[in-house]
Design a protein around this ligand. Structure first.
Ligand code: PNS
Length: 167
């Protein structure tokens, strides 16, 4: 069996909209940081026609939360994810799986990404159980309707959501 040799360091890309970062994302990033040499949180620029936070704000929040983790990096990306991963020479894509309902979409994406770039492996990780019902969309909805999201997002994200609500 021939082996092309190990890649130069295990870089995992964790892509997403992160609008905003939730404690579920934080949980996955921490797991990734333990598993891979480096984990690069890749914030999709045009995730949504009207994201609540622009890409620079989303990046700044992730950077602040992980400022003490030297192997957690943050960047933005646009266009095809596999192209971005190729440019970064990443070996792995990380995605979180919360429930069976995530599976179909994630399965489709993973196989399409594999079709586009067979050398890139998608690794799924499950967040801690208390975060399995969390999503950025629900966080925004709850905040919008005046609900409390304490403990569901990092404190600085909670503060930013509060500021945003006041405007
Ligand atoms: O946090 P999200 O919104 O579930 O993340 C989805 C994301 C950003 C991973 C996905 O939309 C994506 O990869 N977009 C980039 C465009 C792309 O490569 N599309 C083909 C994926 S099969």
């Amino acid at each position: 069996m021939t082996q092309s040799g190990p890649p130069p360091g295990r870089l995992a890309v964790y892509p997403g909209s992160f609008d905003p970062l939730t404690n579920g994302h934080v949980d996955i990033i921490l797991r990734g940081a333990r598993l891979f040499e480096r984990i690069l949180v890749a914030v999709l620029v045009n995730a949504d026609k009207k994201p609540l936070f622009d890409a620079a704000e989303r990046v700044a929040m992730v950077q602040e939360v992980f400022k003490e983790y030297p192997n957690v990096e943050v960047d933005t990306f646009d266009g095809l994810l596999v192209e971005y991963a190729r440019q970064k020479r990443a070996n792995v894509l990380v995605r979180g799986l919360r429930a069976v309902s995530d599976f179909e979409y994630e399965f489709q994406m993973a196989l399409m990404n594999r079709h586009l770039e067979p050398a890139l492996e998608t690794v799924f990780m499950m967040p801690a159980e208390q975060y399995t019902y969390l999503s950025s969309r629900l966080i925004k909805e709850v905040v919008d309707l005046g609900g409390d999201v304490h403990g569901l997002v990092p404190p600085l994200v909670e503060a930013r959501l509060r500021d945003r609500g006041r405007r």
